[in-house]
Design a protein around this ligand. Structure first.
Ligand SMILES: Nc1ncnc2c1ncn2[C@@H]1O[C@H](COP(=O)(O)OP(=O)(O)OP(=O)(O)O)[C@@H](O)[C@H]1O
Ligand SMILES: [Mg+2]
Length: 245
């Protein structure tokens, strides 16, 4: 009876989950000290669902996002994306998944310093089969969307923190992926720009039936999601549907 304990029973019906996190643990070894970053995480997120993750610094939000996004490995447990158990994929299939299925907005942006804003935005598209003219058109469109069309040729060190953040967001949208993972996408933005950017992420996600998972420290941003997850000490301590929408 092995199958019965492979996927835990969840209120959300895990078998239908587009993203399933099944009993995931993750620790980091720091010499003598062992940091338990994720401590038995179970989650099922449906296609098109918009989820926010909140929780104190160090509670495991980035670690969880990185593991869902196949950027890091769990010590134990499973991640299933669109029916694919990540641990069963080859490196090539994982790269394909990272490129074609998931758009990332990193907490520290991860922009390439030597490239202009436009080139940074274009980069994930270069790795796909888009033609040069398609890419150029998409970059122009995305620069307009994030209100940076007058900064296309600036390199990251010639941009403010908020501008770099908007480049990172535009870059995540280029490949029209089914999933967007955004780690504090408004962390460096003033409240008006932050609201606008999150509204943009929500709109793009809703229109494209994308699954959006974003981390935030701001309650008014978190409540814009359909569902809010609260983490503490590597655990999910609350998982609720947002009422005030
Ligand atoms: N590469 C690493 N090596 C060692 N410990 C790590 C590493 N990455 C994260 N940690 C530890 O794991 C825990 C969870 O970190 P994580 O970055 O997921 O937290 P977070 O909730 O995203 O915090 P923040 O809100 O500050 O971004 C923290 O205690 C952190 O110190
Ligand atoms: Mg973090």
């Amino acid at each position: 009876m092995k199958a019965s304990n492979s996927v835990p029973i969840q209120p959300n019906n895990v078998t239908k989950g587009f993203i399933i996190v099944d009993n995931v643990h993750k620790h980091y070894d720091m010499g003598e000290v062992k940091v338990l970053a994720l401590n038995s995480i179970n989650l099922s997120i449906n296609r098109g669902e918009i989820v926010s993750i909140v929780g104190s610094s160090g509670s495991g939000k980035t670690t969880l996002l990185n593991i869902i996004g196949a950027l890091d490995y769990a010590d134990s447990g499973k991640i299933i994306i669109d029916g694919h158990d990540l641990s069963s994929l080859t490196d090539k299939q994982l790269s394909y998944m990272r490129r074609e299925t998931i758009g990332y907005v990193f907490q520290n942006f991860n922009l390439l310093e030597e490239l202009t804003a436009a080139k940074n935005i274009e980069m994930p598209m270069i790795l796909t089969k888009k033609s040069k003219s398609e890419r150029k058109k998409k970059v122009e469109e995305l620069l307009k969307i994030v209100n940076l069309d007058d900064r296309a040729n600036h390199k990251p060190n010639q941009l403010s923190g908020g501008e770099q953040q908007r480049v990172a967001i535009a870059r995540a949208l280029g490949n029209d992926t089914k999933i967007i993972l955004a780690d504090e996408p408004t962390g460096n933005l003033d409240s008006a720009t932050g609201n606008r950017i999150v509204d943009l992420l929500l709109r793009v996600s809703k229109e494209g039936n994308k699954t959006l998972i974003f981390v935030t420290h701001e309650n008014h941003i978190a409540t814009k999601a359909d569902r809010q997850i609260v983490m503490n000490d590597g655990l999910i301590i609350e998982d609720k549907i947002t009422k005030s929408k």
